[in-house]
Design a protein around this ligand. Sequence first.
Ligand code: BGC
Ligand code: BGC
Length: 608
Amino acid sequence: MTINSPQLHPASTAARPLRLAILLAGICFVPANLPASPASDADALLAKMTLDEKIGQMVQVDSGALKDKADVQKYFLGSVLSGGNSDPADNRPETWLKLVEDFKAQALQTRLKIPLLYGIDAVHGHNNILGAVIFPHHVGLGAMHNPALVEKAERVTAEEVAGTGINWAFAPCIAVSRDIRWGRSYESFGPSTAEVAKNGAAGVKGFQGSHLGKNSVLACAKHFAGDGGTENGKDEGDTVCDEATFRKLYLAPYAAAIKAGAGSIMVSFSSWNGQKMHGNKYLLTDVLKGEMGFQGFLVSDWAAIDQLGPDYQSDIQTSINAGLDMVMIPAGPGEGHNYAEFIADLKALVAAGKVPEARINDATRRILTVKYQMGLFDRPATDPVLTQSIGSDAHRQVARECVRESLVLLKNSGHVLPLKKNLKHIAVVGQAAADLGIQCGGWTIDWQGKTGAVTTGGTTLLAAVKLAAGADTEVTFSADGRDLKGADVIIVAVGEQPYAEMKGDRQDLSLPAADAQLIAGAKSAGVPVVTVLYSGRPLVLGAALDQSDAFLAAWLPGTEGEGLADVLFGKSAPRGKLPRLWPADHGQLSVDHLTGQPLFPAGFGLTY
Ligand code: BGC
Ligand code: BGC
C-alpha cells in the first residue's frame, strides 16, 4: 500500500464521515471495500484505549533497565531501545533477534496487542552488533557528495537492522556541525546546511524506502535542532543566534527530512538561546509540527527531560506540553527517574488538568499512525535470510564503495600515489593500521567505541594492504615505526582514539604528539611517506603535512579497509572532497568565527 500516494488521501478523509454515518444508522458492518488509512485506524484504536494504555505508548525504556520483560505488558510500553552499552552478553545477531522478539511478544500479549517499536543507534551500519558491517561515519559520507550512495548505504543498514527484528533506527543524524571542537562532529555530514539536507533526506529514504511501509525501518532525524551549533562546540550546549539564522542553518535539514517522509524526530539535549529544546513549545509544536507540517512523532533523547527542572513532575509537564510524544527512559524501578515514576507522574498530571488529555491523545495518535503506516500490526516474523545476511559480502561491498568514495587526498607530491606495481617492500607503520577499533571510531560495539584488533569482523588497513600488494611485495608492520630498513615506501597510519558524545569534546585539536613523531620518524628514513589519518574531524597538522609525501584524510571509515587499499593501489581514483574546511591553526575550528586562511577550503580534494 502506498501511504503517500495522492489517490489514497482524499479517499481516506472522505471515508471518515461515511463510516460515522454508517455507525449512526446502526448498521453493524463496514463495507469491505471502504478504504482504511493509518490515521483512521489509529483513531479507531485510540477510541478503545484507557489512559494507562495511551501513556504506555508514550514510554520508551532501555532494554537494560527492563529487568523484567513482562513490564512491557504490565505498563503497556510502546517502545524499547537498546542504548550504546545495552548489548546482550554474546552480542551475536541471533541473540539480538531472540532478545528483541521476546520484547515484541510481550507487547502482543496486552489487551489491544499493539506492536512494539524497537529502537537502536544504527548510526554507521548496525554498529552495536558483532559482525555487522560498519560504514564510514557521516563525516566521511559527507565527503562523498553522493546522496544516492548514502541512500544505498542506509538501505543496507536497514536490512541488517531488520535482520535482528529491530524496526527503528535513531538515524540519520542531521546535525549541522559548525565547530569541530564538538565531539559529535563526525556524526554530522558537515557544516553546510544544504549538504546535510540532501544527505539526510537520502538517509531517511534509505531506512524507510520511498514511504513508510511494511519494508521500512523507521528513521529518526536527530537531534532537533541546533545540536551542531553550540557555543565552543560544547556537547549538549547552547546555540546562540537569532531566529532567522537558526531557521536557515539548523531547521532547513528537517524540512528536507520531513519531505522525505521521516516518521520520527529526536529532540536535542542542547538549548537555543538558553532554553532547552525539550521544553521549547514554540519550536517543537508551533514550528515543527505546525508550520513545517511534521506528522510523525517526537521522541526525547536519553533521560533528556530530566535536565529541565525544577523536579521530575515538572520536567514531564513541560516537555509533554511542549509537544514531546515519546520519552526515552534509561532507568528502571529503584534507579532514579524511572518508567514507573514517569507513568505515575504523567497520570497525576492529567488528573490534575496540568497536561490536557487532548495532548496525550495527539501523542498516542501520532505513534499509532506510524505503527500502522509501517504495517507493524500484521508484519510477518523476521525473515531468517535477513539475519543471515548481516555482515554479508554483498553488504561489505557497499561499505567498501563508501570508503573509497569518501577518502580525501590532501597532498600527493611526486605522484607517490597510486603505489607503483613493482615495489619490493612496503612498510606499514602505526598502531592505527592494525586496529579496527580506531578505524571505526565511537558508536562501534560500545557506546564510546574502543581500540583493539578484535572489536568486530572486518579488514584493517594493514590486512587490506597485504591483500592488495602483489605476491612479490613484502609488507612489514611496525606499531612504533622502528624498523623501516629497506622499505620502498612507508604508509603511516595515525589518528584519534575512539570517542563519542560527552567524551569527545576537545579544545586542542593538534595531531597527537606521538603521531607527529611517527610521521617525522618515517620521513627521516628517506623514502616516500604516505600518511593515512583516521579522525572524526580535521586536525591541526603542524609539520606532519610537510613531512608526508602523500596525505589521505580517511575519516572514520569503518570495517572495510579494502576501500583504502583500492585507492592507495590505484584500483580506484580518490574522489572525496572535503565536507568542511581544513584548519591551518586553532583559529579556524568554528566556521562561524574564522580568522585567517584555512589550510584547505571545503570542497578540496586531489585525484589521479
Ligand atoms: C544520544 C542519541 C542516542 C541516544 C540513544 C543519546 O545520548 O544523544 O544520539 O540516539 O542516546 O542511545
Ligand atoms: C548509553 C547511550 C547513551 C548515553 C547517554 C550510555 O550509557 O549506552 O546509548 O547515549 O549513555 O548518556
